[in-house]
Design a protein. Structure first.
Length: 168
């Protein structure tokens, strides 16, 4: 009857593997690092720069990216389990590359923002960080200008905020 004991052991091991796998499934396959938070309210980003359009651009971009993503549902402030807020700290343009005669070939636009993710129920900030988006454009503006580069930098910044939300 040695075969019966081997079958029992094999069955117990398989059951253990199945139970372990099932208990980890939710955390392995969900995009949300905080399973107790299913929705969020996004505050309009404050703006400390002279680029008045950046606050709404980043806020609307974030709302657009989150809608339908499955990461967090966007709802109004009342009833929200979390709040995403931020402040645009700077929007800078500087020469990025030069010719041998030190004439700028292209410029880079950098948009920096401080972002925080707040757990309403726990009453605490889960994380707060500074993120940057950037984009370049040619000095002659033949294919893209500063405004387009600023929009690209804002879009990259939104992607980085989404990535940070996924990381937890």
């Amino acid at each position: 009857m040695p075969g019966v004991n081997n079958n029992k052991i094999l069955c117990i091991v398989l059951i253990g593997i199945v139970l372990t796998t099932m208990s980890c499934w939710y955390y392995s396959f969900t995009e949300r690092p905080y399973p107790h938070i299913e929705n969020t309210f996004i505050e309009t980003f404050d703006n400390e720069t002279d680029r008045y359009d950046l606050g709404p651009l980043i806020t609307e971009g974030l709302i657009s990216k989150l809608q339908g993503s499955g990461l967090l549902k966007i709802i109004g402030r009342d009833g929200a389990q979390s709040i995403i807020s931020g402040t645009i700290r700077s929007c800078e343009r500087e020469a990025y590359t030069y010719t041998s005669g030190e004439v700028p070939v292209d410029f880079i636009v950098r948009v920096r923002t401080q972002v925080s993710f707040y757990d309403v129920k726990a009453g605490k900030t889960l994380w707060q960080t500074t993120l940057e988006g950037f984009a370049t454009y040619p000095a002659d503006e033949s294919t893209k200008d500063e405004a387009a580069a600023r929009d690209e930098a804002a879009a990259l910044l939104v992607e980085r905020i989404i990535d940070r939300l996924r990381e937890g």
